[in-house]
Design a protein around this ligand. Structure first.
Ligand SMILES: [Zn+2]
Length: 483
Protein backbone atom coordinates (compact mmCIF):
# COMPACT_ATOMS: atom_id res chain seq x y z
CA UNK A 1 0.00 0.00 0.00
CA UNK A 2 1.39 3.40 -0.90
CA UNK A 3 1.98 5.76 1.98
CA UNK A 4 0.01 8.96 2.21
CA UNK A 5 1.74 12.26 1.64
CA UNK A 6 1.21 14.86 4.37
CA UNK A 7 0.34 18.42 3.32
CA UNK A 8 0.58 21.17 5.94
CA UNK A 9 0.05 24.92 5.67
CA UNK A 10 0.45 27.33 8.58
CA UNK A 11 -1.29 30.56 9.54
CA UNK A 12 0.65 32.49 12.09
CA UNK A 13 -0.60 35.50 14.04
CA UNK A 14 2.17 37.67 15.39
CA UNK A 15 1.61 40.41 17.93
CA UNK A 16 3.72 43.33 16.77
CA UNK A 17 6.18 45.05 19.08
CA UNK A 18 4.53 48.47 19.25
CA UNK A 19 3.83 50.83 22.15
CA UNK A 20 0.36 51.69 20.88
CA UNK A 21 -2.54 49.91 19.18
CA UNK A 22 -3.18 49.42 15.46
CA UNK A 23 -5.66 52.25 14.96
CA UNK A 24 -5.52 54.38 18.15
CA UNK A 25 -3.01 55.63 20.72
CA UNK A 26 -3.94 53.21 23.53
CA UNK A 27 -1.11 51.30 25.21
CA UNK A 28 -0.41 47.67 24.32
CA UNK A 29 1.29 46.89 27.66
CA UNK A 30 0.67 43.29 28.72
CA UNK A 31 -0.90 42.50 32.10
CA UNK A 32 -2.60 45.84 32.89
CA UNK A 33 -5.90 45.75 34.88
CA UNK A 34 -8.86 44.90 32.58
CA UNK A 35 -10.29 47.67 30.40
CA UNK A 36 -7.76 50.31 31.50
CA UNK A 37 -6.21 50.63 28.03
CA UNK A 38 -9.18 51.54 25.88
CA UNK A 39 -10.67 54.51 24.04
CA UNK A 40 -13.72 55.12 21.80
CA UNK A 41 -11.84 53.80 18.75
CA UNK A 42 -10.77 50.42 20.13
CA UNK A 43 -14.09 50.06 21.96
CA UNK A 44 -15.89 50.61 18.65
CA UNK A 45 -17.98 53.52 19.91
CA UNK A 46 -20.01 55.40 17.27
CA UNK A 47 -18.17 58.19 15.48
CA UNK A 48 -14.68 57.12 16.50
CA UNK A 49 -12.25 57.02 13.60
CA UNK A 50 -9.24 54.72 13.12
CA UNK A 51 -5.76 56.03 12.22
CA UNK A 52 -3.13 53.59 10.95
CA UNK A 53 -0.16 53.00 13.28
CA UNK A 54 2.94 53.81 11.22
CA UNK A 55 5.22 51.69 13.42
CA UNK A 56 3.01 48.63 12.86
CA UNK A 57 3.27 49.12 9.10
CA UNK A 58 7.06 49.40 9.40
CA UNK A 59 7.21 46.13 11.34
CA UNK A 60 5.01 44.47 8.71
CA UNK A 61 7.40 45.75 6.04
CA UNK A 62 10.43 44.48 7.94
CA UNK A 63 8.86 41.03 8.08
CA UNK A 64 7.80 41.09 4.44
CA UNK A 65 11.33 41.99 3.33
CA UNK A 66 12.97 39.45 5.65
CA UNK A 67 10.68 36.81 4.08
CA UNK A 68 11.53 37.91 0.51
CA UNK A 69 7.95 38.99 -0.22
CA UNK A 70 6.70 41.44 -2.84
CA UNK A 71 5.43 44.54 -1.05
CA UNK A 72 2.42 46.09 -2.77
CA UNK A 73 2.63 49.86 -3.27
CA UNK A 74 -1.05 50.20 -2.46
CA UNK A 75 -3.00 47.93 -0.15
CA UNK A 76 -6.44 48.24 1.35
CA UNK A 77 -7.87 47.50 4.78
CA UNK A 78 -11.15 45.59 4.89
CA UNK A 79 -13.92 44.98 7.36
CA UNK A 80 -14.32 41.36 8.32
CA UNK A 81 -17.87 41.23 9.63
CA UNK A 82 -18.90 38.80 12.32
CA UNK A 83 -20.52 38.89 15.72
CA UNK A 84 -18.71 37.82 18.85
CA UNK A 85 -18.78 39.45 22.31
CA UNK A 86 -15.03 40.13 22.28
CA UNK A 87 -15.45 42.20 19.12
CA UNK A 88 -17.18 45.47 20.09
CA UNK A 89 -17.54 46.85 16.53
CA UNK A 90 -18.94 43.57 15.19
CA UNK A 91 -16.20 43.70 12.61
CA UNK A 92 -12.46 43.39 12.63
CA UNK A 93 -10.29 45.61 10.46
CA UNK A 94 -8.05 43.32 8.45
CA UNK A 95 -6.50 43.01 5.03
CA UNK A 96 -7.87 40.49 2.61
CA UNK A 97 -7.08 39.48 -0.93
CA UNK A 98 -10.23 41.05 -2.33
CA UNK A 99 -11.06 42.09 -5.88
CA UNK A 100 -7.96 43.91 -7.08
CA UNK A 101 -6.83 44.92 -3.60
CA UNK A 102 -3.78 42.96 -2.51
CA UNK A 103 -2.70 42.68 1.16
CA UNK A 104 0.52 44.31 2.40
CA UNK A 105 2.84 41.73 0.84
CA UNK A 106 2.66 38.41 -1.00
CA UNK A 107 4.72 35.54 -2.40
CA UNK A 108 7.86 35.23 -0.35
CA UNK A 109 9.69 32.26 1.09
CA UNK A 110 11.59 30.98 4.08
CA UNK A 111 14.34 28.38 3.91
CA UNK A 112 14.51 25.65 6.52
CA UNK A 113 16.83 22.72 7.02
CA UNK A 114 15.45 19.41 8.22
CA UNK A 115 17.72 16.39 8.60
CA UNK A 116 20.33 17.95 6.35
CA UNK A 117 17.89 18.79 3.54
CA UNK A 118 17.30 22.40 2.61
CA UNK A 119 13.62 23.20 1.89
CA UNK A 120 12.06 26.40 0.62
CA UNK A 121 8.61 27.09 2.09
CA UNK A 122 6.46 29.55 0.18
CA UNK A 123 4.84 32.49 1.98
CA UNK A 124 1.43 33.25 0.49
CA UNK A 125 0.91 36.58 2.20
CA UNK A 126 1.75 38.91 5.05
CA UNK A 127 -1.02 41.22 6.17
CA UNK A 128 -1.93 43.53 9.04
CA UNK A 129 -4.99 43.50 11.25
CA UNK A 130 -6.18 44.26 14.76
CA UNK A 131 -6.60 41.82 17.63
CA UNK A 132 -9.93 41.21 19.37
CA UNK A 133 -10.75 41.60 23.06
CA UNK A 134 -10.55 38.70 25.47
CA UNK A 135 -13.36 36.81 27.19
CA UNK A 136 -12.72 35.75 30.78
CA UNK A 137 -14.80 32.96 32.31
CA UNK A 138 -14.58 33.13 36.14
CA UNK A 139 -14.44 29.65 37.60
CA UNK A 140 -17.77 28.43 39.00
CA UNK A 141 -19.70 31.53 37.86
CA UNK A 142 -22.51 31.56 35.32
CA UNK A 143 -21.35 34.75 33.59
CA UNK A 144 -18.40 35.83 31.44
CA UNK A 145 -16.39 39.02 31.57
CA UNK A 146 -14.73 40.82 28.71
CA UNK A 147 -11.41 42.66 28.73
CA UNK A 148 -10.93 45.07 25.81
CA UNK A 149 -7.27 45.89 26.59
CA UNK A 150 -6.24 43.55 23.77
CA UNK A 151 -8.86 44.92 21.40
CA UNK A 152 -7.07 46.74 18.58
CA UNK A 153 -3.55 45.48 19.40
CA UNK A 154 -1.56 45.26 16.13
CA UNK A 155 -1.38 41.80 14.63
CA UNK A 156 0.37 40.52 11.58
CA UNK A 157 -0.80 37.39 9.85
CA UNK A 158 1.67 35.25 7.95
CA UNK A 159 0.19 32.53 5.76
CA UNK A 160 2.29 29.83 4.11
CA UNK A 161 1.53 27.81 1.00
CA UNK A 162 0.78 24.15 1.81
CA UNK A 163 4.47 23.34 1.34
CA UNK A 164 5.27 21.59 4.59
CA UNK A 165 5.42 17.79 4.56
CA UNK A 166 5.84 16.75 8.20
CA UNK A 167 5.36 17.96 11.78
CA UNK A 168 9.16 18.23 12.02
CA UNK A 169 9.18 20.65 9.09
CA UNK A 170 6.39 22.68 10.69
CA UNK A 171 8.46 22.87 13.86
CA UNK A 172 11.60 23.91 11.97
CA UNK A 173 9.60 26.55 10.13
CA UNK A 174 8.20 28.07 13.32
CA UNK A 175 11.58 28.08 15.02
CA UNK A 176 13.13 29.84 12.03
CA UNK A 177 10.27 32.30 11.69
CA UNK A 178 10.41 33.17 15.39
CA UNK A 179 14.16 33.62 15.11
CA UNK A 180 13.74 36.06 12.22
CA UNK A 181 10.95 37.98 14.00
CA UNK A 182 13.18 38.36 17.03
CA UNK A 183 16.23 39.39 15.01
CA UNK A 184 14.20 41.99 13.12
CA UNK A 185 12.70 43.22 16.41
CA UNK A 186 9.22 42.69 15.04
CA UNK A 187 7.92 40.61 17.95
CA UNK A 188 9.09 38.95 21.14
CA UNK A 189 7.85 35.71 19.58
CA UNK A 190 6.97 34.21 22.95
CA UNK A 191 4.20 31.71 22.24
CA UNK A 192 3.44 31.23 25.95
CA UNK A 193 2.49 34.91 26.16
CA UNK A 194 0.36 34.68 23.05
CA UNK A 195 2.57 36.96 20.95
CA UNK A 196 2.90 34.15 18.40
CA UNK A 197 -0.18 32.04 17.67
CA UNK A 198 -0.33 29.33 15.09
CA UNK A 199 -3.12 27.49 13.29
CA UNK A 200 -2.36 24.62 10.95
CA UNK A 201 -4.15 23.18 7.93
CA UNK A 202 -3.53 19.47 7.49
CA UNK A 203 -4.53 17.01 4.82
CA UNK A 204 -3.32 13.70 3.40
CA UNK A 205 -3.20 12.51 -0.18
CA UNK A 206 -1.72 9.73 -2.26
CA UNK A 207 1.38 11.06 -4.04
CA UNK A 208 0.42 12.79 -7.30
CA UNK A 209 -3.25 13.15 -6.36
CA UNK A 210 -4.97 16.52 -5.80
CA UNK A 211 -5.12 17.96 -2.27
CA UNK A 212 -7.21 15.94 0.17
CA UNK A 213 -9.88 17.35 2.51
CA UNK A 214 -8.19 19.37 5.21
CA UNK A 215 -8.86 20.17 8.81
CA UNK A 216 -7.74 23.28 10.61
CA UNK A 217 -6.08 22.70 13.98
CA UNK A 218 -6.15 25.54 16.51
CA UNK A 219 -5.23 26.31 20.10
CA UNK A 220 -1.61 25.19 20.10
CA UNK A 221 0.35 27.20 22.66
CA UNK A 222 3.92 26.16 21.99
CA UNK A 223 6.01 24.98 19.09
CA UNK A 224 6.17 21.57 20.74
CA UNK A 225 2.36 21.56 20.90
CA UNK A 226 2.16 22.29 17.16
CA UNK A 227 4.38 19.30 16.45
CA UNK A 228 2.41 17.00 18.76
CA UNK A 229 -0.98 18.18 17.50
CA UNK A 230 0.06 17.64 13.89
CA UNK A 231 1.34 14.15 14.67
CA UNK A 232 -1.97 13.28 16.30
CA UNK A 233 -4.07 14.80 13.51
CA UNK A 234 -2.09 13.05 10.77
CA UNK A 235 -2.56 9.72 12.55
CA UNK A 236 -6.29 10.36 12.93
CA UNK A 237 -6.76 11.23 9.24
CA UNK A 238 -4.63 8.31 8.09
CA UNK A 239 -6.73 5.89 10.16
CA UNK A 240 -9.96 7.32 8.67
CA UNK A 241 -8.68 7.03 5.10
CA UNK A 242 -7.38 3.51 5.63
CA UNK A 243 -10.82 2.48 6.85
CA UNK A 244 -12.27 4.01 3.68
CA UNK A 245 -13.97 6.83 5.60
CA UNK A 246 -13.93 10.49 4.61
CA UNK A 247 -12.14 13.31 6.39
CA UNK A 248 -14.61 16.07 7.28
CA UNK A 249 -13.52 19.64 6.65
CA UNK A 250 -13.72 21.24 10.08
CA UNK A 251 -11.93 23.25 12.73
CA UNK A 252 -10.39 21.12 15.45
CA UNK A 253 -8.96 22.18 18.79
CA UNK A 254 -5.85 20.71 20.34
CA UNK A 255 -6.15 19.60 23.92
CA UNK A 256 -2.70 19.69 25.46
CA UNK A 257 -3.56 17.56 28.49
CA UNK A 258 -5.21 14.62 26.74
CA UNK A 259 -3.03 14.97 23.63
CA UNK A 260 -5.90 14.81 21.11
CA UNK A 261 -7.66 17.15 18.67
CA UNK A 262 -11.44 17.46 18.79
CA UNK A 263 -13.98 19.03 16.43
CA UNK A 264 -15.27 22.41 17.58
CA UNK A 265 -17.28 24.14 14.89
CA UNK A 266 -17.72 23.86 11.16
CA UNK A 267 -15.46 25.92 8.98
CA UNK A 268 -16.80 29.34 8.06
CA UNK A 269 -16.49 30.17 4.40
CA UNK A 270 -14.90 33.46 3.40
CA UNK A 271 -18.25 34.75 2.12
CA UNK A 272 -19.70 34.58 5.61
CA UNK A 273 -17.52 37.50 6.63
CA UNK A 274 -18.98 39.89 4.00
CA UNK A 275 -15.64 41.59 3.44
CA UNK A 276 -15.73 45.14 2.12
CA UNK A 277 -13.17 47.96 2.02
CA UNK A 278 -12.91 49.87 5.31
CA UNK A 279 -14.49 53.22 4.43
CA UNK A 280 -12.81 55.08 7.30
CA UNK A 281 -9.27 54.36 6.09
CA UNK A 282 -7.57 55.51 2.92
CA UNK A 283 -5.58 52.85 1.08
CA UNK A 284 -2.14 52.19 2.54
CA UNK A 285 0.44 53.73 0.18
CA UNK A 286 3.98 52.45 0.41
CA UNK A 287 6.58 54.28 -1.63
CA UNK A 288 9.73 52.61 -3.00
CA UNK A 289 11.76 55.05 -0.87
CA UNK A 290 10.00 53.83 2.28
CA UNK A 291 10.69 50.21 1.36
CA UNK A 292 14.36 51.00 0.78
CA UNK A 293 14.62 52.80 4.12
CA UNK A 294 13.17 49.78 5.90
CA UNK A 295 15.43 47.41 3.98
CA UNK A 296 18.50 49.46 4.92
CA UNK A 297 17.42 49.39 8.57
CA UNK A 298 17.12 45.59 8.77
CA UNK A 299 19.76 43.94 10.97
CA UNK A 300 21.94 41.09 9.81
CA UNK A 301 19.51 38.15 9.71
CA UNK A 302 20.24 34.69 11.15
CA UNK A 303 21.44 32.94 7.95
CA UNK A 304 23.79 35.77 7.05
CA UNK A 305 25.09 35.94 10.59
CA UNK A 306 25.67 32.18 10.72
CA UNK A 307 27.64 32.36 7.47
CA UNK A 308 29.73 35.25 8.81
CA UNK A 309 30.56 33.40 12.05
CA UNK A 310 31.65 30.39 9.98
CA UNK A 311 33.83 32.60 7.80
CA UNK A 312 35.34 34.86 10.47
CA UNK A 313 35.88 32.37 13.30
CA UNK A 314 36.16 29.13 11.37
CA UNK A 315 33.18 27.49 13.07
CA UNK A 316 31.34 24.54 11.57
CA UNK A 317 27.82 25.10 10.31
CA UNK A 318 26.15 23.33 13.23
CA UNK A 319 28.11 25.25 15.85
CA UNK A 320 27.49 28.59 14.12
CA UNK A 321 23.79 27.73 13.82
CA UNK A 322 23.64 27.12 17.58
CA UNK A 323 25.40 30.41 18.33
CA UNK A 324 22.99 32.50 16.25
CA UNK A 325 19.86 30.72 17.49
CA UNK A 326 18.87 33.98 19.17
CA UNK A 327 20.08 37.45 18.36
CA UNK A 328 20.67 38.01 22.06
CA UNK A 329 23.04 35.05 22.22
CA UNK A 330 24.85 35.99 19.01
CA UNK A 331 25.37 39.54 20.32
CA UNK A 332 26.44 38.14 23.68
CA UNK A 333 29.00 35.90 22.01
CA UNK A 334 30.49 38.63 19.85
CA UNK A 335 30.71 41.07 22.74
CA UNK A 336 32.48 38.46 24.91
CA UNK A 337 34.95 37.79 22.07
CA UNK A 338 35.59 41.52 21.78
CA UNK A 339 36.46 41.61 25.51
CA UNK A 340 38.64 38.50 25.39
CA UNK A 341 39.47 37.19 21.91
CA UNK A 342 39.24 33.45 22.43
CA UNK A 343 36.22 32.67 20.23
CA UNK A 344 36.38 28.90 20.31
CA UNK A 345 36.53 28.66 24.10
CA UNK A 346 33.81 31.26 24.55
CA UNK A 347 31.57 29.48 22.05
CA UNK A 348 32.15 26.14 23.77
CA UNK A 349 31.11 27.48 27.15
CA UNK A 350 28.10 29.28 25.71
CA UNK A 351 26.60 26.37 23.77
CA UNK A 352 27.88 23.79 26.26
CA UNK A 353 27.74 24.38 30.01
CA UNK A 354 25.77 27.65 29.91
CA UNK A 355 23.14 26.15 27.57
CA UNK A 356 22.95 23.07 29.80
CA UNK A 357 22.34 25.26 32.85
CA UNK A 358 19.56 27.12 30.99
CA UNK A 359 17.90 23.93 29.73
CA UNK A 360 17.79 22.39 33.18
CA UNK A 361 16.03 25.45 34.55
CA UNK A 362 13.96 26.26 31.49
CA UNK A 363 15.50 29.74 31.28
CA UNK A 364 16.71 31.98 28.47
CA UNK A 365 20.15 33.58 28.36
CA UNK A 366 18.53 37.01 28.77
CA UNK A 367 17.02 35.89 32.09
CA UNK A 368 20.49 35.48 33.64
CA UNK A 369 22.13 38.24 35.72
CA UNK A 370 25.37 37.97 33.74
CA UNK A 371 26.99 40.03 30.97
CA UNK A 372 29.47 39.04 28.25
CA UNK A 373 32.19 40.25 30.64
CA UNK A 374 31.46 37.32 32.98
CA UNK A 375 32.07 34.75 30.27
CA UNK A 376 35.11 36.57 28.89
CA UNK A 377 36.59 36.65 32.39
CA UNK A 378 35.91 32.97 33.03
CA UNK A 379 37.76 31.98 29.86
CA UNK A 380 40.59 34.40 30.64
CA UNK A 381 41.05 32.91 34.14
CA UNK A 382 41.36 29.43 32.62
CA UNK A 383 43.69 30.42 29.83
CA UNK A 384 45.95 32.43 32.16
CA UNK A 385 46.22 29.36 34.40
CA UNK A 386 44.54 31.04 37.38
CA UNK A 387 41.90 28.30 37.62
CA UNK A 388 41.50 24.89 36.04
CA UNK A 389 38.67 23.99 33.67
CA UNK A 390 37.28 21.76 36.43
CA UNK A 391 37.11 24.69 38.86
CA UNK A 392 35.51 26.81 36.14
CA UNK A 393 32.76 24.20 35.77
CA UNK A 394 32.31 24.14 39.56
CA UNK A 395 31.90 27.89 39.96
CA UNK A 396 29.79 28.41 36.84
CA UNK A 397 26.37 27.78 38.49
CA UNK A 398 27.16 30.38 41.17
CA UNK A 399 28.27 32.91 38.55
CA UNK A 400 25.14 32.29 36.43
CA UNK A 401 22.83 32.24 39.41
CA UNK A 402 24.08 35.32 41.24
CA UNK A 403 25.78 37.47 38.60
CA UNK A 404 28.97 37.54 40.72
CA UNK A 405 32.16 37.93 38.71
CA UNK A 406 34.10 34.63 38.30
CA UNK A 407 37.21 36.23 39.85
CA UNK A 408 35.15 37.16 42.90
CA UNK A 409 33.80 33.61 43.36
CA UNK A 410 37.31 32.18 42.96
CA UNK A 411 38.65 34.58 45.61
CA UNK A 412 35.80 33.96 48.03
CA UNK A 413 36.06 30.18 47.80
CA UNK A 414 39.87 30.12 47.83
CA UNK A 415 39.99 28.25 44.54
CA UNK A 416 43.12 29.68 43.01
CA UNK A 417 44.86 27.02 40.98
CA UNK A 418 47.87 25.38 42.59
CA UNK A 419 50.85 26.10 40.38
CA UNK A 420 53.40 25.76 43.16
CA UNK A 421 55.72 23.09 41.76
CA UNK A 422 57.11 21.83 45.07
CA UNK A 423 53.69 21.51 46.70
CA UNK A 424 52.35 19.60 43.71
CA UNK A 425 55.41 17.35 43.52
CA UNK A 426 54.61 16.16 47.06
CA UNK A 427 51.13 15.22 46.02
CA UNK A 428 52.37 13.49 42.86
CA UNK A 429 54.82 11.38 44.86
CA UNK A 430 52.14 10.37 47.33
CA UNK A 431 49.80 9.34 44.53
CA UNK A 432 52.49 7.25 42.83
CA UNK A 433 53.29 5.47 46.10
CA UNK A 434 49.64 4.63 46.64
CA UNK A 435 48.94 3.31 43.15
CA UNK A 436 51.60 0.80 42.11
CA UNK A 437 49.40 -0.88 39.49
CA UNK A 438 48.88 2.07 37.17
CA UNK A 439 52.59 2.82 37.59
CA UNK A 440 53.39 -0.70 36.33
CA UNK A 441 50.89 -0.29 33.51
CA UNK A 442 52.54 2.95 32.45
CA UNK A 443 55.93 1.28 32.39
CA UNK A 444 54.52 -1.48 30.19
CA UNK A 445 53.67 1.26 27.72
CA UNK A 446 50.06 1.92 28.62
CA UNK A 447 49.95 5.66 28.03
CA UNK A 448 46.35 5.75 29.28
CA UNK A 449 47.46 4.97 32.85
CA UNK A 450 48.71 8.51 33.19
CA UNK A 451 45.16 9.83 32.85
CA UNK A 452 44.15 7.90 35.97
CA UNK A 453 47.11 9.30 37.89
CA UNK A 454 46.32 12.88 36.82
CA UNK A 455 42.77 12.28 38.02
CA UNK A 456 44.04 11.16 41.43
CA UNK A 457 46.17 14.28 41.82
CA UNK A 458 43.22 16.47 40.84
CA UNK A 459 41.06 14.68 43.40
CA UNK A 460 43.56 15.26 46.21
CA UNK A 461 43.82 18.96 45.38
CA UNK A 462 40.09 19.52 45.05
CA UNK A 463 40.53 20.11 41.32
CA UNK A 464 42.81 23.06 41.93
CA UNK A 465 46.01 21.62 40.46
CA UNK A 466 47.26 23.02 37.18
CA UNK A 467 46.69 20.01 34.85
CA UNK A 468 49.60 20.76 32.52
CA UNK A 469 51.97 21.01 35.45
CA UNK A 470 50.62 17.80 37.01
CA UNK A 471 51.20 16.00 33.73
CA UNK A 472 54.83 17.15 33.53
CA UNK A 473 55.55 16.36 37.19
CA UNK A 474 54.02 12.89 36.90
CA UNK A 475 56.22 12.05 33.95
CA UNK A 476 59.31 13.38 35.72
CA UNK A 477 58.60 11.37 38.85
CA UNK A 478 57.80 8.20 36.90
CA UNK A 479 61.20 8.50 35.18
CA UNK A 480 62.89 8.84 38.55
CA UNK A 481 61.31 5.77 40.12
CA UNK A 482 63.69 2.81 40.43
CA UNK A 483 63.06 0.19 37.77
ZN1 LIG B 1 -7.91 52.78 21.85
Amino acid sequence: MTEYEVVIGLEIHVQLWTESKMFCGCSTRFGAPPNTQTCPTCLGLPGALPVINRKAVELGLRTALALHCTVHPRSQFHRKNYYYPDLPKNYQISQYQYLDHPPLATDGYLEIEVEGTLRRVGIRRVHLEEDTGRLVHPEGEDYSLVDYNRSGVPLMEIVTYPDLRSPQEARAFLLKLRQILQYAEVSSGRMEEGTLRCDANVSLRRPGEPLGTRTEVKNMNSIRAVERALQYEIGRQRALLQRGEAVVQETRHWDERSGVTFASRTKEEAEDYRYFPEPDLVPLEITPAWIERVRAGLPELPDARRDRLMRVYGFGRYEAELLVSTRFQADFFEEAVRLYPSPRAIANWLVGDVAGYLNERNLELEDLPITPLHLAELVRLIEEGVISGRIAKDILPEVLGTGKRPSEVVRERGLLQISDEEALREVVRAVLAEHPEPVQDFRKGKERAIGFLVGQVMKRTGGRANPALVNRLLREELERLPA
